[in-house]
Design a protein around this ligand. Structure first.
Ligand SMILES: Cc1cc2nc3c(=O)[nH]c(=O)nc-3n(C[C@H](O)[C@H](O)[C@H](O)COP(=O)(O)OP(=O)(O)OC[C@H]3O[C@@H](n4cnc5c(N)ncnc54)[C@H](O)[C@@H]3O)c2cc1C
Length: 390
């Protein structure tokens, strides 16, 4: 191990490992620094991904899948269930194994990985590049690099250290709490999503089965409501009602930035990826696969910049532009939808569920639910037209 690198990646989640792998594959000297003692732990995630994105990004039959999902049930605030059968919905990952496998791929591509290494700050070097300060096993150390890739998740500080505006409103941060539960009576092929002001204001409650009798059961609420009642109170109320007698094996808390993507994700010698760049889907909070996509783009652009000998913001802008094309439009649309959907009252959600259920099961699609919500709420329709037109 040296103390001078082409690229230092801060954070060993899906974004960081994907960036490190791609940059190393292209010949850059890469160091990935992860503050936790083990890559992939703690798992702060419901582990759900869509089949389409998984197939886009990975080989078939990867070893880190826990469960396949073929059904989706929406629950309105009054308990009405709308069930969709969709054989191609997705998978529940084993996130610990997934993150670990991504880091392994990075190492095999030639990157170095240091765990238990917390990045404490970075200062620009004269000319170009960064001096990165790290604390590991209570020992401070310094590394130099020409490019830093900030993949340090929702709690990201790398962007701020580099002078980028990474602020989010409380409204756009989903505060989450999740139990890993065993002994549940549920359909292991069906993900449940529960909505309503008393269930999960400005968010939703999920039951994502990991296999027979076991599931990630969690809730995410908009940060603006978390002072009124905490996520744990919403979750306990649900669990006591739906799964009394089942066991909670693990509890994790966390948050997801459900805002618009950051306007600026690059600076001289710096790129931000994944949650650090607010690339999770604002409507669903799903950020795993976007983190992988963006990580690969960042790794590619950073390695090219190293090869060209130009690590300026102008050169790195290619990453921001590619992200804008591949993710930006989708994320902005999803943000507008989130704003519109979370305006629905409990009564409007109940009416929508009843109306969708009056259709034949094969006519109940996600699109149909949305169209029904719109036609039952003309005001919402005009809001959305205005939003899409803006
Ligand atoms: C409760 C919950 C449920 C979720 N469920 C889903 C889901 O079902 N599906 C989905 O797609 N998404 C889900 N998400 C979102 C998803 O987990 C994130 O979008 C995804 O992990 C983003 O990947 P990332 O690599 O950007 O960040 P992370 O996975 O958060 O990785 C960032 C890494 O950086 C490290 N780090 C931070 N600061 C430093 C530092 N100073 N020095 C060194 N290392 C540092 C952290 O320890 C961490 O390992 C969920 C999130 C939460 C909180």
């Amino acid at each position: 191990m040296t103390d001078a690198y082409d690229i230092i990646v801060v954070g060993g989640g899906p974004a960081g490992s994907s960036a490190a792998m791609t940059a190393a594959q292209r010949g850059a000297r890469v160091l990935l620094l992860e503050k936790d003692a083990e890559i992939g732990l703690p798992v702060r995630c419901a582990e759900g991904v869509s089949e389409r994105s998984l197939k886009d990004l990975f080989e078939s039959h990867p070893p880190w899948i826990s469960n396949r999902i073929t059904k989706l049930s929406f629950f309105a605030p009054d308990g009405t269930e709308v069930r969709l059968n969709a054989p191609r919905i997705g998978y529940i990952l084993d996130r610990r194994a997934f993150d670990s496998n991504l880091a392994q791929r990075a190492v095999r591509a030639g990157a170095e990985v240091l765990t238990g290494a917390c990045v404490r700050g970075m200062t620009p070097l004269t000319g170009n590049g960064w001096n990165v300060s790290v604390l590991r096993r209570n020992q401070p150390s310094q590394f130099t690099t020409r490019i830093v890739i900030g993949a340090d998740g929702v709690e990201s500080r790398v962007g701020r250290w580099a002078g980028l505006d990474t602020k989010t409103t409380l409204h756009d941060i989903e505060t989450c709490l999740q139990y890993s539960m065993e002994g549940l009576d549920l359909d292991p092929a069906c993900c449940q999503l529960h909505f309503g002001g008393h269930v999960a204001p400005g968010g939703y409650l999920w039951v994502f089965p990991k296999g027979p009798g076991m599931a990630n059961v969690g809730v995410g609420i908009s940060g603006e409501y978390s002072r009124r009642m905490k996520p744990i109170d919403y979750l306990n109320r649900f669990v006591d009602r739906a799964y009394a007698g089942a066991s909670v094996l693990r509890t994790v808390g966390g948050s997801v930035p459900c805002s618009l993507p950051l306007k600026e994700t690059v600076s001289d010698g710096l790129l931000l990826v994944g949650d650090a760049a607010h690339q999770a889907d604002p409507m669903t909070g799903g950020g795993i696969m976007n983190a992988v996509r963006a990580g690969r783009m960042a790794g590619h652009v950073a390695a090219e910049a190293i090869m060209m000998g130009d690590t300026s913001k102008k050169q790195l802008m290619a990453y921001q532009e590619q992200c804008g094309e591949l993710l930006g439009k989708k994320l902005r649309r999803s943000y507008r939808l989130k704003k519109a959907v979370y305006k629905l009252t409990d009564k409007e959600l109940n009416d929508t569920a009843a109306s969708v259920n009056s259709r034949a099961p094969d006519k109940r699609t996600l699109g149909r639910i949305f169209v029904t919500a719109l036609t039952k709420n003309p005001k919402l329709l005009s809001d959305i037209i205005a939003l899409f037109g803006s």
